[in-house]
Design a protein around this ligand. Structure first.
Ligand code: ATP
Length: 587
């Protein structure tokens, strides 16, 4: 397949704002794609070369891309750079300059999807002394045979800024439309949730249809999207919702880890699918020796403990293990324990459809507990009183609260979904009206007075998975210490945009826009109806969205969360409804 066909499809996708239309453009294209190219085409339509859990990322610096454009088009470096300053987008620069290039030469070779994929892989893997020159050469090789449109998307892909906006949900919709029916959509999504590999799902459905999709199983090495909890404001409400009886576990405050224990090796994934194995080599090794089965996938929370007393330490301590340098020292100085709380796979069996009670038994049976390998404290609870007692003991043991888990036969592991099979209850719920929020930074306002010359406040958004967009909820200017204020440009500027990113829905206009990427934890006094914020607009009251009042940064950057894992608009709506006295006519 020619890359020009893919570039034309990207162009059509980019020019429509309608998700339905995007879906049908993609479905039509997937049907026409050679089966052998489909997997690659799906990755490329997200600006990637492989699933998200691969550690490599394409991220060629703009300056190098400009050099490749200049050498292929013959335009001077000054002219290329001036155009880049004007447009801010290497893709547009390439499109404008390459259009002046004579396309047919004796030495041109067809630009196929396969060729593009191979060269981009070489760019991604270029390392060492001459890596910059090698990257420029590989990109020039492709640009040499590109038309303007192909050049636009090649340059956007190599810089890691595709901007087409084909999110996972749109691609899954398109796969259902192209190869199955609407009714099959949940099964296709499940296959994705348990493999985290959308290209693989596309390949399976195109070649084997729905039978093949339904037989996709959890496998060691492919992370599974994590199951998440709902929240309720009190223990009695939790017990009632659970039908009078449930399990309760301590809610540990650390880093969630999904461990894939293979015969000879172990890989640890974060909930945003990063490989954390090198951060917790001691945990990885111990899991292998403590696991009685040849293969297993478990989940647990990694918590730092005091080297002498063994007491659990606050979350910040374990984050030192995420810093790249000096890991040997960190392993020695910051002892960590993993508190396992679930098992998704064991000895050839996919356990995600097995009820929680049975999974817990298997977890207890298949591991030798001791040293850094621990299992979450758990108890069957049959009254609110028992629940309150368990909650108090969790706090006394320095946990942040409890997780209530359904003991019903339906309590399967729901990969990638948030539901009432798990309900969390935290210490904070007693102190304020709402839980904390994890919000994506979508913009910044320049500061004044003491903050002049820096970013003074941030525009924060919740995620709406239904539309794949970020809807604003507050302007955040409190809770920043000097170090955070100084570090903001480094944290945020990689995602700086001249105009509002396509995935952001905002009415408030900041001085600088950001592609959503950084997630911050924020507390607030209450959720109110808002005329300016766009979250849940028209859901509670016509013409109003939901905003959060007196937002305050807690100091915690949620670098374990992708922006799409930020607090969702539905959660905020639900929290608004749970607030005492919330009604559409307030404020
Ligand atoms: P939070 O910010 O409250 O940790 P979250 O959005 O990360 O919330 P939730 O599903 O809302 O995720 O809360 C569950 C989280 O609590 C899990 O992601 C996990 O990291 C942590 N956790 C700690 N102990 C347990 C446990 N025993 N069972 C399940 N999750 C636990």
């Amino acid at each position: 397949m020619l890359y020009s066909e893919l570039a034309e499809t990207f162009d059509r996708l980019e020019s429509t704002g309608s998700r339905l239309e995007m879906t049908s453009i993609l479905a039509d294209f997937f049907r026409r794609t050679d089966r052998k190219d489909l997997r690659t085409v799906i990755y490329l339509s997200q600006g990637k070369l492989h699933p998200d859990f691969y550690p490599q990322v394409l991220g060629m610096a703009d300056k190098l891309v400009l050099k490749a454009i200049s050498s292929t088009s013959g335009a001077s470096e000054q002219k290329t750079e001036a155009l880049w300053v004007e447009t801010g987008d290497p893709g547009t620069v390439a499109e404008r300059l390459i259009s002046r290039k004579k396309q047919t030469t004796l030495f041109s070779e067809e630009l196929t999807v396969d060729r593009v994929f191979k060269r981009l892989t070489l760019i991604e893997n270029s390392g060492g002394k001459d890596s910059q020159d090698k990257k420029i050469d590989h990109l020039s090789n492709l640009l040499h045979d590109s038309g303007p449109l192909e050049a636009r998307y090649l340059c956007r892909t190599v810089t890691g800024r595709m901007r087409v906006g084909a999110g996972d949900m749109t691609i899954l919709d398109a796969l259902a439309e192209a190869f199955a029916t609407k009714e099959d959509r949940p099964s296709i999504e499940r296959a994705f949730n348990i493999t985290c590999d959308i290209g693989l799902v596309g390949e399976i459905i195109a070649n084997g249809g729905m039978d093949a999709i339904r037989s996709v199983k959890v496998t060691v090495g492919n992370p599974v999207k994590v199951m998440l909890a709902e929240r309720l404001p009190s223990i009695p409400e939790i017990i009632e919702r659970m039908g009078g009886r449930c399990a309760m576990e301590y809610k540990y405050d650390g880093i969630r880890v999904q461990a894939h224990i293979g015969k000879d090796s172990v890989r640890l994934f974060s909930r945003r699918l990063e490989d954390l194995t090198s951060n917790f080599p001691d945990i990885a090794q111990s899991l292998r020796t403590h696991c009685k089965s040849s293969e297993a996938i478990i989940e647990g929370e990694c918590v730092a403990v005091h080297p002498e007393t063994g007491f659990m330490l606050p979350f910040q301590n374990v984050t030192h293990r995420r810093k790249k340098h000096g890991m040997d020292d960190a392993v020695r100085d910051i002892p960590v324990r993993i508190f396992m709380f679930d098992i998704l796979y064991e000895g050839g069996n996919d356990l995600t459809s097995v009820p929680y009670g049975q999974r817990r038994k298997i977890l207890e049976d298949k591991f030798a507990i001791g040293g850094m390998i621990q299992i979450s404290s758990a108890k069957t609870i049959e009254s609110a009183e028992e629940g309150e007692k368990f909650f108090a003991s969790a706090l006394a043991d320095r946990c942040e609260g409890i997780m209530a888990k359904s003991l019903s036969e339906e309590s399967v592991y729901r990969a990638g979904s948030r539901g009432f099979l798990w309900i969390k209850y935290k210490k904070d719920y007693q102190e304020s009206l709402t839980d904390s929020f994890d919000l994506a930074v979508v913009g910044a306002f320049y500061g004044m007075g003491k903050r002049a010359g820096k970013y003074g406040a941030l525009l924060m958004a919740a995620y709406n998975p239904e539309y794949g967009r970020f809807e604003t909820v507050c302007k955040l200017g409190t809770g920043f210490d000097d170090a955070f204020l100084d570090g903001m440009p480094e944290l945020l500027d990689g995602g700086k945009r001249e105009t509002k990113p396509a995935s952001v829905d905002a009415e408030m206009i900041p001085d600088v826009w950001f592609e959503p990427s950084v997630v911050l934890e924020v507390t607030a006094a209450e959720i109110t109806l808002s005329p300016v914020h766009t979250a849940a607009r028209n859901i509670i009251a016509e013409g109003s969205g939901l905003g959060i009042r007196f937002p305050r940064f807690t100091g915690r950057v949620r670098d374990d969360k992708l922006p799409e894992q930020a607090t969702s608009v539905d959660e905020i709506t639900e929290m608004f409804r749970l607030q005492p006295g919330s009604s559409p006519d307030q404020e």
